[in-house]
Design a binder for this molecule. Structure first.
Ligand SMILES: [Zn+2]
Length: 260
């Protein structure tokens, strides 16, 4: 049984027996990891508050081999993200981020890009820069760094680049992983209609630095179309019902430059 140490983010936990907890982490070096924290529910637990959801910590665990739960040996807080647990908006948005990571990543597969994205996403929520936009950008970028990079620049069928075309209704295909022009989209199923503005926003949101992407100002129409695209893409990736991912579109974005 080997002892490992890695930076980690707590995705969530459930009670296990009288005194223990089963915790799911996203770790920098082992990807998603489930482990048992013995005695974590006792009043004077040695883990203290380190196992609270969203906590960025340094995790030390015994690896008991594939198919077995790790044994959490030590967990030290690097940053607690306490303020995200103090109001409903923070809890709801942070939960959305960690739930998406939990559902979209396989156990035991390291993905440094996802780890960095989740850490950045929680930091943006904590800074209250523009929380609804932070979540939207997070979803767009998570799809890209989970190994499913949709093609936004040219029609998947006829290969003609969109930017040379006049504004028109385009279509997104979750199965094919990209966009189709109006002509090629005819008689192809299943497709989700989207505007040129949505295509341009999604392309920019995945290419730009996460901080700089907060300058984007998607219109209400773009927000609605993105929600539909995320919903169907995530359901395609995970093979689960789309309803699980998007319950409501949330509040609209704060004012600023419009992105059309
Ligand atoms: Zn086409």
């Amino acid at each position: 049984m080997a002892l490992f140490s890695t930076p980690a983010i707590v995705l969530g936990g459930i009670r296990l027996g009288e005194a223990d907890k089963l915790i799911t982490f996203f770790t920098n070096e082992r990807g998603k990891l489930k482990g048992v924290a013995k005695g974590a529910r006792r009043m004077k637990s040695r883990f203290g508050a380190a196992l609270e959801p969203f906590t960025h910590c340094k995790l030390v665990f015994f690896d008991k081999g594939a198919e077995k739960l790790a044994r959490i040996e030590q967990c030290d807080i690097i940053h607690s993200f306490q303020s995200l647990r103090e109001d409903w908006g923070g809890i709801e948005r942070s939960s959305r981020m960690v739930d998406l990571v939990r559902q979209m990543t396989p156990d035991g597969q390291a993905n440094e890009a996802v780890f960095d994205l989740l850490l950045q996403g929680l930091r943006f929520l904590e800074a209250k820069k523009d929380p609804p936009l932070s979540v939207m950008l997070f979803m767009s970028r998570l799809i890209a760094c989970s190994g499913y990079q949709p093609h936004w620049e040219a029609c998947l069928k006829c290969r003609l680049p969109f930017k040379r075309r006049k504004p028109e209704t385009l279509y997104f295909s979750p199965g094919a992983g990209g966009a189709l022009c109006a002509k090629c989209g005819q008689n192809t199923m299943p497709l989700i209609p989207m505007s040129q503005g949505t295509r341009a926003f999604l392309s920019a949101s995945q290419k730009m630095d996460y901080l700089r992407a907060h300058r984007l100002r998607p219109s209400l129409q773009i927000q609605k179309e993105c929600e539909a695209i995320f919903k169907h893409t995530l359901s395609h990736i995970t093979g689960k019902s789309a309803q699980r991912f998007i319950k409501n579109p949330g509040p609209t974005f704060q004012g600023g430059r419009s992105f059309q």
